[in-house]
Design a protein. Structure first.
Lengths: 343, 314
């Protein structure tokens, strides 16, 4: 079924490095990923696992000291990895791909009215001016659930609550009808009740405009709410990818097991919550073998020597772990993640 | 129940500004905290959870009401000795480990600053020994004392914040969103550490958070705040299984479940504050069943009572 769907973005063997204090940091270590049209994909992982860096490659917002070492990102017959200057990026950014940033407090300009900031996108990308731009911006503000958009148009960000600000940020992203919307931790800075409303809004917009969505998040509750597919990232690599149900109920990679086990909902009251020992590997030095091996409670000898390939579990589900090799000992996932079904 | 009340807050009101710009952040809040328990304080941002915590440790002055700690009134004007006692017995762990540590001070100074002020008789050597011991107790190395905060990760910084609170040997800790700024895996480490220390030292804790999954995991009782007013207070499982106030229900329904099947079918409850008609019938704070308090007027309480009675007869 997956094969019939149109691939919107195709990332092939992408390597991204950053130069920091004279050293090279290997942030993305050979990722291949297809993003299908109309799907919502969630990228989950710890901070520093490279989830934001991976997605910033699609919109040309990689930090100055970072560069694509090798690999390709195909979109519409063009290779985004070969883009050199801002002019090329401007054909993609905004009109094809837009991004919602994490913190609505810092991603808006406090000195400009909200309306100005929404219509700015229209001026740049669709060459709309004056009243036409304003009319359009008011419609978009109404679309993202802001009451009384005519009056709100002339207000400044400080007059908006956190949830309303995030709606404005979404309005700016939606202004140019992008095909792909990247939401980088869209609700981390918000309260649970507001979070639920924003996720609801994003899902409505997706259905209405047939958007393709990528959510970057470390909150597995959010993932469960929005995602069709989940990619679990660890140390600059996708260690497991599959449909939402496959990853939650039939996870294969020990890191995914660890991530699921640390859910507070699975903990037993008054006993210790599961925590992953140690820290993620230092990507300044090359990683040998399976990056998770050192933190894995039950590693195998081969984990320290050779990097595992992907093992296909189902047409939509694959994981990078030697445990799936036919020669590996059978290892059952930890008991507690079985009870996710009962939450 | 035979539990000892350590901290008792009665009709607390905290206001900011004066006259026309007056803003009531906390309005008539009353609750008791028992010895050795973990008391959760939840609510959306701006509901006044942090303000309550800060009013207890006397950072924000109260404009009405009383706070009693071990039987003594500690808000308003108090004697110098009592102030010192409060400072050393009640300590706070702050939310953002990036912002709450002095960038220009070494860890040694940050952790020992309280000791310098309260326990002046301590020699420099003894103090250093204490800092080292405290650092190892929160899972850091004593050598870290000579480093600056920027050299640490978020989880480590939060542990420095915890060490700074614990070095005063408090019996009461107010943890203000101690894990909100941390990553999933680090979060578990810090939580486990807090609960371990709590068991070892028989600490009483007020745990302020908006992450209800975590609150459910670690607290004994929960108080729900909405716009500066306590709307419900109950034992954790009672509150999760049998919420009465419509705001509590809305809050609980919004908690994301890490189960894709259930989460995608979930129906959100929306809370509309206008559903209460308090124009003639004034609301009260009532113990509706043992240890379960709720805010409502006579008509609403009638309804809530029907729910709790129905539950009991099942």
């Amino acid at each position: 079924m997956e094969n019939n769907r149109k691939v919107l973005f195709s990332i092939k063997d992408l390597n991204v490095k950053f130069s920091l204090r004279g050293q090279m940091l290997h942030a993305i270590r050979g990722i291949s990923l297809d993003i299908y049209e109309g799907e919502s994909l969630a990228i989950a992982g710890e901070s520093g696992s490279g989830k934001s860096v991976l997605m910033k490659n699609l919109i040309g917002l990689l930090d100055k000291n970072g560069r694509i070492e090798s690999g390709s990102i195909m979109y519409n017959g063009k290779d985004l990895a070969k883009f050199k200057n801002e002019r090329e990026w401007r054909t993609i950014r905004g009109s094809q791909v837009a991004m919602v940033m994490q913190d609505p407090m810092t991603s808006l300009n406090p000195l400009k009215t909200v309306g100005w900031q929404v219509s700015e996108a229209l001026r740049y990308n669709q060459n709309k001016r004056g009243n036409e731009a304003k009319q359009c911006a008011v419609e978009i503000l109404a679309d993202v659930g802001i009451n009384d958009p005519e009056r709100r148009y002339n207000q400044y960000p400080h007059e908006f609550s956190g949830g309303m600000r995030q709606r404005v940020v979404i309005a700016i992203a939606m202004a140019c009808n992008p095909r792909l919307l990247i939401c980088d931790e869209p609700t981390t800075a918000l309260d649970v009740t507001i979070q639920a409303q924003i996720l609801q809004l994003l899902k409505e917009l997706q259905a209405k405009y047939n958007l393709t969505m990528v959510y970057i998040t470390h909150d597995l509750g959010v993932v469960a709410n929005v995602a069709d597919r989940i990619a679990v990232m660890y140390a600059g690599d996708i260690v497991e990818i599959g449909t939402c149900d496959e990853v939650f109920f039939n996870a294969k990679h020990p890191y995914t097991w660890a991530l699921l086990s640390s859910l507070p909902q699975l903990g037993e009251r008054k006993s210790d919550l599961f925590s992953i020992k140690g820290t993620p590997p230092n990507l300044f030095f090359g990683v040998r073998g399976d990056a998770f091996a050192v933190r894995n409670p039950l590693p195998m000898a081969i984990d320290f020597l050779h990097r595992p390939p992907y093992f296909q579990i189902s047409p939509t589900h694959k994981a990078r772990t030697w445990l799936l090799d036919p020669r590996a000992p059978a290892l059952e996932p930890p008991e507690q993640i079985e009870s996710i079904k009962d939450i | 129940m035979g539990k000892d009340v350590v901290l008792s807050v009665r009709d607390m009101e905290v206001t900011f500004g004066a006259r026309r710009k007056k803003f009531v952040a906390v309005n008539g809040v009353s609750f008791d905290v028992y010895q050795g328990e973990t008391f959760g304080l939840v609510g959306e941002s701006g509901s006044g959870k942090t303000t309550i915590g800060r009013a207890i440790i006397r950072v924000n002055p109260t404009s009405r009401g009383d706070v009693f700690f071990k039987g003594q009134r500690i808000n308003g004007r108090i004697s110098r000795e009592l102030d010192r006692k409060v400072i050393s017995e009640i300590q706070m762990v702050f939310q953002d480990p990036m912002a709450s540590l002095n960038d220009r001070a070494k860890v040694d100074y940050i952790v020992s600053e309280g000791l310098r002020n309260i326990n002046k008789s301590l020699s420099a050597k003894e103090r250093r020994a204490k800092v080292g011991q405290m650092l190892s107790e929160v899972g850091l190395l004593p050598e870290f004392a000579s480093r600056f905060p920027h050299e640490f990760s978020g989880g480590q910084r939060q542990r420095i914040g915890i060490a700074r609170a614990l070095i005063m040997e408090p019996s009461f800790i107010i943890a203000d969103e101690p894990i909100s700024a941390l990553d999933v895996s680090i979060r578990a480490q810090v939580l486990n550490h807090l609960s371990k220390l709590q068991k070892e030292r028989n600490l009483t804790t007020i745990f302020i958070s908006h992450d209800l999954a975590v609150v459910r995991f670690i607290t004994d009782r929960i108080a729900v705040l909405h716009k500066g007013v306590l709307v419900e207070l109950a034992e954790t499982e009672t509150l999760f299984n049998n919420p009465l106030h419509p705001y509590t229900r809305a809050l609980l329904s919004a908690v994301p479940l890490p189960n894709p099947i259930k989460e995608k079918q979930k129906v959100l409850t929306i809370y509309n504050p206008l559903q209460h008609d308090y124009s003639t019938d004034k609301p009260m704070w009532v113990e509706i069943e043992p240890n379960h308090f709720v805010h409502g007027n006579a008509a609403e309480l009638e309804k809530y009572r029907a729910i709790t009675d129905g539950k009991c007869s099942d």
